[in-house]
Write a protein that binds this ligand. Sequence first.
Ligand SMILES: [Zn+2]
Length: 108
Amino acid sequence: MGQAKQRGTKEQRVAQAQAKVDALRPEKLTCGSCKTGFTDFQSLDTRKMSGIHAAFGGICPSCGETVLAFSGEQEAVANAMIAWQDAMESEGKLGKQSRDGEHVSFDE
Ligand SMILES: [Zn+2]
């Protein structure tokens, strides 16, 4: 090694981060309620979630359930799921997606 300190440009780092997320992206999400598999989902911002490498979320086309998938350290994933469920219950607006296909961001 010896070149560990060497860093690429901002663009390269962004591309690398994106490639990492793409590599972790599952082919499809499976709804926990009705077991429908679907491919129309988006990656979520995980920068504030320590231990989480990537997260994906979408709306089940069959029953409308919000389906989430986290990738990362086991404990961090468990905590993220709990935190997300709490947020869903208290706000109920996270991850909402309108029927005409317009995506609403998962921002706080
Ligand atoms: Zn479903």
